[in-house]
Design a protein around this ligand. Structure first.
Ligand code: SF4
Ligand code: SF4
Length: 113
């Protein structure tokens, strides 16, 4: 399996978990985009953010949840699941660090770093 393949597997699984559990619940309210976190969206100001959301496959972002959502006991299972994917990717040499090299990185940027 190449790093690209591993990246895809992790990204697809994280996407599936987030879609099923919907911990962020990003939605429109009174004409504004809101979510379950303190910020309007953790994507604010990112170069990859388009009018309809993220325009790239950013694995490290998929494996990260803000404190408001991550510390809510109702999200305990998805927090553990995402963390497990993050550690698995890291062990296989895929950049899953949301605070370091993986900060707001697309697949192409991540594999090139
Ligand atoms: S991680 Fe937190 S701030 Fe980011 S979209 Fe989800 S709820 Fe909102
Ligand atoms: S790269 Fe990350 S922070 Fe940027 S728009 Fe995509 S999900 Fe949001």
């Amino acid at each position: 399996m190449t790093k690209s393949d591993i990246y895809d597997v992790l990204y697809n699984e994280a996407s599936r978990l987030l879609k099923a559990e919907n911990p962020c619940n990003i939605r429109e309210e009174n004409g504004k985009m809101v979510c379950n976190g303190h910020l309007v969206s953790c994507c604010y100001g990112c170069k990859h953010l388009g009018p309809k959301g993220c325009t790239v496959e950013a694995l490290s972002c998929k494996l990260w949840l803000c404190r408001e959502v991550g510390s809510n006991p109702i999200n305990a299972i998805i927090v553990v699941s995402l963390d497990s994917l993050r550690r698995a990717g890291s062990a296989m040499g895929v950049n899953t660090d949301p605070y370091g090299k993986g900060f707001r990185t697309s697949k192409e940027e991540s594999l090139a770093s």
